[in-house]
Design a binder for this molecule. Structure first.
Ligand code: AMP
Ligand code: FE
Ligand code: FE
Ligand code: ZN
Length: 292
């Protein structure tokens, strides 16, 4: 049947969570696509924070390399002061409401990064231009760029070390930024034809974890899946998520959350099975995979 064939034109292995210089990865979208090919992937998604700008370059290199490209994004959300990340697959990037929201989030992230740099001034020699030097124009700015600037100034040996110390959420320098609450985020993604999957829902540490009793309202609002195989999810958290996925028939994904050299996460270290990607594609109305 045509429909069956059409939904099976991608190859494995499948990695559905990567970042480029469009947000806080260290490689351009084209470089991420080449790295995905070298890692032996058959299909990958680019999921930059709050931006879809990397799609065209990633898609063009991916298909040239024989890979299927899944357009995605990782939307920032906030619940009771805690950051929640929601992966948005196959959204219509021209959807006006979603486009306006991510532009707002990127702007608020910029102001927040400037506030953090301002607050660091008494202790560390660091100026805003140091941070800008770590970004590409128009990219989504975050703590990773401040971390890289701190490294460039010799205040920390690596990006991860800067996160573990100066930029840690309990360091006293942490500042939040505006982001929609997860319910609104899920609704925005669905309204743009996308498929919302909760990113690393059981990550270590209070900064990321969403209380499990908050999951049911999200599922009711249209949350489609949960990212279970992710290096930051705890073993107990994964077990709980598997039970939830079973109970609510959620799509289950696994991914690397690759950030180039910015994080230890390696492409293909966690994978998503073809049946899960089939479900994501079947639920999406915003856009389609770019097949090789
Ligand atoms: P922010 O969103 O600005 O609060 O910064 C948090 C982001 O930093 C998350 O998306 C992390 O994935 C990202 N990040 C990138 N590199 C690192 C790293 N080496 N250690 C911790 N977080 C990192
Ligand atoms: Fe990130
Ligand atoms: Fe994330
Ligand atoms: Zn991510």
């Amino acid at each position: 049947m045509d429909g069956m064939l059409a939904s099976r034109r991608f190859r494995g292995p499948i990695d559905l969570h990567t970042h480029s210089t469009v947000s806080d990865g260290t490689e351009s979208p084209a470089e991420v696509a080449r790295a995905a090919a070298r890692a032996g992937l058959g299909t990958f998604a680019l999921t930059d924070h709050d931006s879809t700008d990397g799609w065209p370059a990633a898609a063009s290199v991916a298909t040239r390399e024989g890979l299927t490209f899944i357009p995605g994004m990782e939307l920032s959300a906030r619940l009771d002061g805690v950051t929640v990340h929601i992966l948005a697959y196959l959204i219509d990037s021209t959807n006006a409401e979603l486009a306006a929201e991510i532009e707002l989030v990127r702007h608020e992230r910029l102001l927040r990064a400037q506030r953090i740099v301002e607050s660091l001034r008494d202790e560390y020699l660091l100026v805003w231009d140091d941070v800008l030097a770590q970004t590409t124009p128009g990219s989504t700015i975050g703590r990773p760029h401040i971390a890289d600037a701190l490294v460039a100034r010799g205040h920390a040996p690596t990006r991860s070390a800067a996160f573990a110390t100066i930029l840690h959420w309990q360091s006293g320098y942490y500042q939040p930024h505006y982001a929609p609450d997860p319910l609104r985020a899920v609704r925005l993604i669905r309204a743009a034809g996308g498929v919302p999957v909760l990113a690393h829902p059981a990550a270590r540490g209070r900064e990321w974890a969403i209380p499990s009793d908050q999951l049911e309202p999200l599922i009711a609002a249209g949350l489609a899946g949960v990212e279970i195989e992710h290096r930051e999810n705890t073993p107990e958290g994964k077990k709980h998520l598997r039970e939830l996925a079973e109970r609510y028939d959620l799509i289950v994904t696994g991914s690397s959350d690759y950030h180039g050299s910015g994080k230890p996460n390696r492409l293909a270290e966690n994978l998503t099975d073809a049946a899960s990607l089939d479900r994501i594609i079947a639920e999406a109305t915003g856009t389609e995979p770019v097949y090789a």
